[in-house]
Design a protein around this ligand. Structure first.
Ligand code: AMP
Ligand code: MG
Length: 414
């Protein structure tokens, strides 16, 4: 079975609010083996909402509407869905009583427009809302000869979650043929999206029963694998087998196959080796340290370091000779090396990281363009410096730089 999720609310079409409910519902539906095939966002407009509802009824088995169940003029979901289903609406006296009681228990008088929340599409099962006034509705029936399940849920996330978990999840399970979805995510760094795809596509295209999506971010490629089966074990086994083959092909370019972030993986390795880390950051302004310390327990291996934006602090906090900066410039392999070695020495760490570069958008020159970053890693066996010219805006360049530095630490500890 498949589903379409429809988020209703004009605020969701502005830059200020996001539809987060559909992410929650998608996870729950996937647990039931239901695939989400469409997600739609529509504003509080009678004509467009009815149009979207009619289209969804023609193409999905389960249609979940959320939002627009409030008491105000712009809450149109009930009437528009009824119109699309060609069903009547009636006002349910039981709901009116429940609403009145809810208001009375707080010492409030119910306003007349709240009565609208007692409107029920004929044949619907009313789903009490434990956290709000708008009850949900569950409608099953034939639409154009095809069986459909239609759900109306409130928009506020804490109401939607409670109502879905308590009243819809098991009801849906009883209706949905037993199917399981297993997913795995492989995370790769040190290689671009098209190169990764060229290496792995010949493997996954032979597995026609597994959906593969490749996603690229700054310095990280993710392979999302999804398999469906009538048993969870079989679905899991299918993705696990593909993971093994992909890992064989990609080797240690894969840093995670269970959802862990690069900073978490680096943390595991540092702990396993009993090693410590310190960092002197210029162009990343602390982002490397932020990522390392975003992992709980990082105090066991991350000692600290310094943000050395000015030349004076590069000298004062990481022992970079002023003459070196004068001769080679602050953005140079020499300074990156000195930062890594200096901070390692100062902090008495097993490993020292130094990052210096031009994040942009200003400050680039023909010799040293925006995006040029030097990443250094100092250890007891010497210091590696990697030069890269990262693409993108300031944020992306900084993200790329931290990803590269983290990966250098990971590879050092492999
Ligand atoms: P409504 O049920 O349309 O009155 O929505 C009430 C509030 O719930 C809105 O102002 C939003 O803040 C929130 N909301 C509605 N739909 C969503 C959604 N799809 N994802 C996250 N929040 C939502
Ligand atoms: Mg609304």
């Amino acid at each position: 079975m498949n589903a379409e999720i429809i988020a209703i609310g004009s605020e969701l079409l502005t830059p200020y609010r996001q539809d987060t409910n559909s992410l929650y519902l998608t996870e729950k539906l996937n647990q039931l083996g239901v695939e989400v095939i469409f997600k739609t966002i529509v504003g509080d407009c009678h004509e467009r909402l009815t149009q979207v509802a009619t289209l969804a009824l023609s193409r999905a088995d389960i249609i979940i509407f959320m939002g627009g169940l409030g008491p105000t003029e712009d809450d149109l979901t009930r009437e528009c869905v009824a119109e699309a289903l060609q069903l009547e609406i009636h006002r349910d006296p039981q709901i009116i009583i429940a609403l009145e009681e809810r208001f009375a228990s707080r010492g409030w008088k119910m306003a007349a427009n709240n009565l609208k929340q007692a409107d029920v599409i004929s044949g619907a099962t009313v789903l009490p809302n434990p956290n709000g006034t708008a009850p949900g509705q569950w409608i099953t029936g034939k639409y154009d000869e095809k069986e459909r399940i239609v759900l109306l849920l409130p928009g506020p996330p804490f109401e939607l979650k409670a109502l879905f978990d308590q009243q819809c999840f098991e009801r849906l399970r009883a209706k949905v043929p037993r199917q399981f979805i297993a997913t795995r995510v492989l995370k790769i760094t040190g290689m671009g999206e098209s190169q990764v795809d060229a290496r792995v596509a010949p493997i996954y295209t032979r597995c026609t029963d597994i959906d593969t999506t490749i996603l690229a971010g700054a310095g990280e490629v993710q392979l999302h694998l999804k398999s469906r089966s009538s048993s969870l074990e079989a679905a899991q086994q299918a993705v696990d087998e593909l993971v093994v083959r992909l890992e064989e092909e990609l080797g240690d370019l894969v840093f995670s196959d269970n959802g862990d972030s690069l900073e978490q993986i680096v943390g595991y390795y540092l702990q396993m080796r009993g090693a410590t880390l310190a960092a002197a950051e210029s162009c990343t302004g602390g982002l490397f340290s932020e990522r390392i310390t975003s992992v709980s327990g990082s105090s066991r291996y991350f000692l600290g370091g310094a943000i050395v934006y000015s030349n004076e602090l590069k000298a004062a906090l990481a022992d970079v000779p002023a003459s070196m900066i004068e001769r080679h410039g602050a953005v140079s392999p020499e300074v990156a090396r000195a930062l890594a070695e200096g901070i390692r020495y100062r902090c008495e760490a097993t490993l020292g990281v130094g990052i210096t570069g031009i994040a942009g958008p200003n400050g680039g020159t023909p010799e040293k363009p925006v995006g040029l970053v030097f990443h250094a890693l100092a250890s007891s066996t010497g210091t590696d410096v990697v030069e890269r010219k990262w693409p993108g805006d300031r944020q992306r360049v900084r993200r790329f730089a931290t990803q590269q530095a983290l990966n250098m630490v990971r590879r050092q500890l492999l």
